[in-house]
Design a protein. Structure first.
Length: 242
């Protein structure tokens, strides 16, 4: 039996707790976002896990800072073996030059294959990869909007994927229109789903008030975890808001 839950350790830190048939607790911090996971024996209760995590807080923070520093490295050059993220996972770029229309393909857990014509420069490669991200988001968004607009009994007239500098998403309540940040293609799918739920809840409640929070809690009890996941690692500099 494996049981997982999210435990809030401090206002800024929540951890994934996985209970399974093991003897000792293990704590690990994972790239790229510094997610913390504790594996605990089945009978250990939450308070013990919490104290265990707190006792290692200094180490956790150091690890997280390291990952953030790594990820704020130089801008992407779209070169061989460069790190790129897709749906929350890190891949290495493999550049394949071939005289055919460009495309991006994932065939293994390790590589994003970027097929380009010889002589395709960095800027063009970036455009090709971004269009692929956009296309991937466009496969998921309609399904998520359909699922959640049915759940909430709201109508979305229009949605678009946008390159936005400071927001993960926006909602135009009058026009019932949702914009989703292209960067979400790089984040775990539950984070995209959280953003969509958040924007859809705005169609019921404009402000981030108690009513808004109650709706989030009711329909997506883990929303804080996803929000943290999104905000832990800003993709561009600047304040991220919703
Ligand atoms: Zn909002």
């Amino acid at each position: 039996m494996i049981e997982t839950k999210v435990l809030q350790i401090s206002p800024e830190l929540s951890i994934d707790v996985v209970r399974k048939d093991i003897k000792n607790m293990h704590l690990a911090v994972y790239p790229p976002n510094g997610r913390v996971r504790v594996a605990a024996p089945l009978r250990i209760d939450d308070e013990v896990v919490r104290l265990f995590a707190i006792s290692r807080l200094g180490w956790i923070k150091r690890q997280q800072r390291k990952f953030v520093a790594q990820d704020r490295q130089s801008p992407r050059l779209y070169k061989e073996r460069e790190s790129h993220y897709f749906q929350g996972k890190r891949f290495l770029l493999r550049v394949i030059e071939v005289d055919a229309p460009p495309k991006v393909v994932i065939k293994t857990k390790t590589y994003i294959d970027l097929y380009v014509r010889p002589g395709t420069d960095t800027k063009q490669r970036e455009t090709i990869v971004n269009e692929w991200y956009r296309a991937e988001l466009k496969k998921l968004i309609p399904l998520l909007i359909e699922k959640w607009s049915n759940q909430f009994g709201v109508t979305v007239n229009d949605w678009q994927v946008k390159h936005m500098k400071t927001k993960w998403g926006t909602c135009n309540i009058e026009k019932k229109r949702i914009w989703v940040n292209l960067e979400l293609a790089k984040k775990p799918i539950p984070c995209l789903e959280y953003l969509i739920v958040h924007e859809l809840v705005h169609l019921i409640e404009r402000h981030h008030n108690d009513r808004f929070l109650t709706l989030m809690e009711k329909h997506m009890p883990q929303w804080k975890f996803y929000k943290e996941e999104l905000n832990r690692l800003p993709v561009s500099h600047g304040e991220w808001t919703y």
